[in-house]
Write a protein that binds this ligand. Structure first.
Ligand code: SF4
Length: 76
């Protein structure tokens, strides 16, 4: 099982990653889309029902399904 990304990891800080999208810095990231989170991001490597999954921006780790970062892109 992969370790979860810590919000204090350098890459997490660089991308504004948080394990709960509700905690996203919406003042800093004005492109925040309401309802966006890892599980509905195009980069999320998991099923919509998974609580965590891979993300190519965080190799070797898992992001929380309800997490968020500033690289979020709508899943097609
Ligand atoms: Fe989550 Fe998508 Fe950011 Fe990866 S790119 S951490 S799946 S929001």
């Amino acid at each position: 099982k992969m370790p979860l990304v810590d919000a204090k990891d350098p890459q997490a800080l660089a991308l504004g990653y948080v394990s709960d999208a509700a905690q996203a810095d919406k003042a800093k990231y004005k492109n925040f889309v309401a309802g966006s989170h890892c599980a509905n991001c195009a980069l999320f490597q998991g099923q919509a029902s998974d609580t965590e999954g891979g993300c190519p921006l965080f190799p070797g780790k898992h992001v929380a399904a309800k997490g968020w970062c500033s690289a979020w892109a709508k899943k097609a």
